[in-house]
Design a protein around this ligand. Structure first.
Ligand code: CP
Ligand code: NVA
Length: 308
């Protein structure tokens, strides 16, 4: 059984295969070619945090594939009143065919996979956001025609996005430099993952302008993630110089793309000017959540005869 718990669980071949399928599904959707490969299947979508893109793209994607998306807010589930995830996993496995979960702790996602008997897809935890990064890689390939040899740069917090981007970029032959303030680095095992790829592939900088040098793709994300609302003021002070702005863009390669997982806070991690200059890429990236996730759904949930 195939899960998507975190991107480092998937090999380079599995990632590229998923991106190829995403491209194909995008083409087919644009040309009115339907594939109801998940007909009769139900995806439970558990949300313990807010969402616009992830919820809508999974819901629409599941419908386009002929399946049924079941939105499950943790406010209404017994999970929100303390029912253990181990029991929820075993119960839901008897009703539905797959679970997409957005939650706080990565261990909750891992527990669903351990105790359940259906595919589990991570729709964001504090640790990672693999579905987003698959859509990001798809978008980079769409605009640049390749991944291998490109340089990505991430400006901001060592958060779920930075973690998955480091894994996604290095797994597909890109190099990545990240700039974050001291005390906001990615976790140790992500740094160890990066170390395996050797010199020149990964760089941790304190100065955003150093990280941006020669970049082909600049990426940023909010300074305070969901669940960190109380730290917002402190973070505004800590991150004030970690902004994607015109000065930073002047250090990159001339045809540099800008990506943002969204939602964006203009005037904080990105200026209005840079955001609007790169809106074309950023909103294609948002659209690609749909196509990349449909590929993930097929890879994880389709029966053998419908596997593509
Ligand atoms: N980028 C992303 O995951 O957006 P949502 O929080 O709206 O799902
Ligand atoms: N780092 C952000 C990503 C939102 C898609 C958060 O976790 O809130």
């Amino acid at each position: 059984m195939k899960h998507l718990l975190k991107l480092e669980d998937w090999s380079t071949e599995e990632i590229i295969d998923c991106l190829n399928l995403a491209d194909q599904l995008k083409y087919e959707q644009k040309h009115g070619i339907e594939h109801k490969v998940l007909k009769g299947k139900t995806l439970g979508m558990i949300f313990e945090k807010s969402s616009t893109r992830t919820r809508v793209s999974f819901e629409v994607g599941m419908t386009q594939l002929g399946g049924y998306p079941l939105f499950l807010s943790s406010n209404d589930l017994q999970i929100g009143r303390g029912e253990p995830v181990q029991d929820t996993a075993r119960v839901l496995s008897r009703f539905i065919d797959g679970i997409m979960i957005r939650t706080f702790e990565q261990k909750e996602v891992e527990a669903l996979a351990e105790y359940g008997s259906i595919p589990i897809i991570n729709g964001l935890t504090d640790y990672c956001h693999p579905c987003q990064v698959l859509a990001d890689l798809m978008t980079i390939r769409e605009f640049k025609g390749k991944l291998e040899g490109l340089k990505m740069c991430f400006i901001g917090d060592g958060n779920n996005m930075m973690n998955s981007l480091i894994v996604g970029a290095l797994s597909t032959g890109m190099s990545i430099s990240v700039a974050c303030p001291e005390g906001y680095d990615p976790p140790q095992h992500i740094l160890e993952f990066a170390e395996k790829y050797g010199d020149g592939k990964f760089e941790l900088c304190r100065n955003p302008l150093d990280a941006a040098k020669g970049a082909d793709v600049v990426y940023t994300d909010v300074w305070a993630s969901m669940g960190q609302e109380e730290e917002k003021k402190i973070r505004e002070a800590v991150f004030k110089d970690f902004q994607v702005n015109a000065e930073l863009m002047s250090k990159t390669n001339p045809e540099c793309m800008v990506l943002h997982c969204l939602p964006a806070h203009r005037g904080e991690e990105i200026t209005e000017e840079v955001m609007e200059a790169h809106a074309n890429e950023i909103f294609e990236e948002a659209e690609n959540r749909l196509h990349a996730q449909k590929a993930v759904l097929v890879k994880c949930m389709a029966d053998e005869e419908n596997m593509r």
